[in-house]
Design a protein around this ligand. Structure first.
Ligand SMILES: [Zn+2]
Length: 192
């Protein structure tokens, strides 16, 4: 979906924009005045983790559940666990931080990286410099994913990476494409 056809959460609308008007997520690094959408900024990600700030809009996430966009593999694993009536548990850490429900619904619809995170398999951590470690993400799109709510998360800020682990799935909103979330996003923004 074109990003300008998707209703924008107010905190996302307050983000800096790229020359197309596309809002730049909180954890996106800038280089020569250009946002590097495919990368995650170590310092910004660490600030979000330590301050419980949304990785999209940079605003505090209230106490309670957090959300993120997952790719096809994790989405399928969550669906299988739910179908079998067992809790889903994935202890593998990820460099992708949490966010607000509205922000993640929005991101799933407009951001090719977030909407199709399974494309980022083969994540390649570059040799870190003194200040920053970037995680390079592939831009190839996958088939499906989900916006997932979690009861809790934990994080670790290592010298080179910020890693998150998500616990207790409390909401599961699968999609073939991010467009599937338009009604849910509108309802979430109405609840405001
Ligand atoms: Zn947010």
């Amino acid at each position: 979906m074109r990003f300008d056809a998707v209703p924008m959460p107010p905190a996302v609308a307050a983000r800096p924009r790229d020359p197309r008007g596309y809002p730049v997520p909180a954890i996106t690094p800038w280089h020569d005045g250009q946002p590097q959408f495919a990368l995650t900024d170590y310092g910004r990600s660490a600030d979000c983790a330590r301050g419980r700030l949304c990785s999209v809009c940079d605003v505090l996430i209230p106490r309670g559940p957090v959300w993120r966009v997952v790719g096809a593999t994790e989405s399928a694993a969550i669906a299988a666990a739910r179908a079998a009536g067992r809790p889903y548990r994935n202890m593998a850490p990820t460099p992708e931080g949490p966010g607000h429900r509205a922000c993640m619904l929005y991101a799933a619809m407009v951001c090719p990286y977030l909407a199709r995170p399974n494309a980022r398999r083969g994540t390649d951590a570059r040799a870190p410099d003194a200040m920053t470690a970037h995680v390079v993400r592939g831009a190839v799109r996958g088939d499906s994913g989900a916006v997932v709510g979690y009861g809790d998360y934990e994080f670790a800020v290592t010298p080179t990476q910020v890693l998150f682990r998500f616990l207790d799935v409390v909401e599961f909103l699968p999609h073939d494409t991010g467009d599937a979330h338009l009604a849910e996003l509108r309802a979430e923004l109405d609840r405001g």
